[in-house]
Write a protein that binds this ligand. Structure first.
Ligand code: PLP
Length: 466
């Protein structure tokens, strides 16, 4: 029976449904499976040519246990991956050089890889809530990509009301319109008169207000939810299998912010997928690359870059990896995280550092290098990289030693999501795909609100469907 523990030791023996609905452990730790389920070489070799939704079932069934009826879960996966993605492969590979590939993860409704997990998460939430006869209210803050992916994931859910706050006038037009043009009775956009930090602080304050939290049955779908990691493991399997796994090893290069996506790659390796190198790409906000150079995790201020979805101060999901690295010493993790919160830094010893650098490579790529690679790739192949993809590919090319090992760079967003950066690099404005071609003609729906907790809470209270 699959059970979950929490990285700082608080909650043990949790089921999949517990960790799905709770997101975060009661002491602020993150959930991880007690044991990694594994697929044998033979299991993997049988997955060649199998549809994405069915590979997803094989790869994730071990994490679900009997929390969800097997047939129901299979049907949910088919509904998500056969209906919501605009490419028959779901996550296709495109060759951009000798033994070098891009894994396109932008064929979902909002054109970023977050759809691959959030589309499933919305369906799973709705199913579990239906069975329990409950409703939840999801509140979230967004500076761009996550808000639209969460709204798209919840718009058809019967048991969820979703409220997403964005800082008024501070998101890109494409990003805002992807959120505000969804016309559904359970979707509410708030344009907050403040910054992204103000939005985040209001979300935290709503969660800290116990009565409000209870009355509204508040929930979140943020990047530390285990089910999001689980769903992301799948495309590492489908890509590696297409390129010859298990007989052949593959390396992955991943543009990294919160460490969710690259951690899913690590999980795939723990489950038995033969992965050669796991390569982290960071932009100028390079806390992870500095960690892999020095053994110290140390926060700095955040600087804006051409790849804004990676402009982060800390990588929350790193704690999950740290838990494995420290042999699941949850008391030790609790101590490190306390130091990190108080002093803004922690360090690991030389032996752990040796292991960490065997398991990952990390490289930084500044805005200049990002643009140069986007331009070179377009010139040589005609392929348009988005700036995040370019950061990952740059890191992959720096690390690559053995050209006989396929290098797969994850394309985490469609270039049309970042038209200004693309135009600056290649002199051409990328087109939105057909399902979003009329985005700028659609009606926007949002409510401007002052940066005031009571006003935001009133708005939520009077708009939930009960
Ligand atoms: C969210 C996001 C990232 C960062 O992914 P993590 O899982 O947080 O490391 C990178 N690129 C794009 C386009 C994103 O939307």
């Amino acid at each position: 029976m699959t059970r979950y523990l929490a990285t700082r030791g608080a909650d043990t023996n949790k089921t999949f449904t517990d960790v799905l609905l709770n997101g975060l452990a009661s002491d602020g730790g993150l959930f991880i499976p007690e044991k990694w389920p594994t697929l044998s070489r033979e299991d993997i070799s049988h997955l060649g040519g199998v549809p994405y939704a069915d590979i997803a079932y094989k790869v994730t069934e071990g994490f679900i246990g009997d929390s969800i009826d097997k047939t129901t879960y299979k049907n949910i996966l088919r509904d998500v991956y056969q209906n919501e993605f605009n490419h028959s492969c779901v996550a296709p590979l495109v060759q951009i050089g000798p033994n070098a590939w891009v894994l396109e993860l932008f064929h979902g409704p909002t054109l970023a890889f977050k759809d691959y997990a959030l589309q499933l998460l919305g369906r799973l939430f709705d199913h579990v809530l239906e069975q329990r006869g409950e409703r939840v209210t999801i509140v979230g803050a967004t500076s761009g990509d996550t808000g639209s992916a969460a709204i798209e994931a919840c718009r058809h859910c019967k048991n969820i009301d979703i409220f997403i706050m964005h800082p008024e006038g501070r998101t890109s037009d494409v990003q805002r319109r992807q959120m505000t043009t969804i016309d559904a009775p359970n979707v509410h956009n708030i344009a907050l008169q403040g910054t992204f930090d103000d939005c985040q602080n209001l979300v935290k304050a709503m969660f800290n207000d116990k009565k409000f939290r209870g009355d509204m049955n508040l929930s979140a779908v943020n990047s530390i939810n285990w089910a999001r990691i689980m769903a992301q493991i799948v495309y590492y399997f489908t890509a590696a299998i297409s390129l010859g796994a298990p007989a052949r090893q593959v390396s992955f290069a991943v543009p990294t912010g919160n460490f969710g996506n690259i951690y899913a790659a690590y999980a795939a390796r723990q489950m038995g997928l033969p992965i050669k190198r796991l390569i982290i790409g960071s932009n100028r906000n390079d806390i992870l690359t500095r960690f892999f150079e020095t053994g110290s995790m140390k926060t700095q201020s955040v600087e804006p870059s051409l790849s804004p979805s990676m402009d982060i101060q800390i990588s929350s999901n790193f704690e999950r990896y740290l838990c494995d690295l420290l042999g699941r010493d949850t008391a030790g993790i609790a101590k490190l995280m306390k130091s990190f919160k108080e002093k803004g830094s922690f360090s690991i010893n030389a032996e752990h550092m040796r292991q960490a650098t065997q398991e990952f490579d990390a490289r930084r790529c500044d805005d200049h290098q990002t643009q140069a690679l986007m331009a070179a790739c377009y010139k040589e192949t005609g392929y348009i990289l988005d700036p995040h993809t370019a950061v990952g590919l740059f890191a992959g090319m720096q690390v690559r030693e053995d050209p006989s090992v396929p290098l797969v760079a994850l394309a985490c967003a469609h270039p049309a999501k970042f038209p200004d950066a693309v135009e600056k690099a290649i002199g051409l404005r990328p087109q939105l795909p057909p399902h979003l071609a009329d985005l700028f003609d659609r009606t926007e729906l949002y409510t401007p609100l002052q940066n005031d907790l009571a006003k935001v809470q009133d708005f939520v209270r009077s708009n939930v469907n009960r």
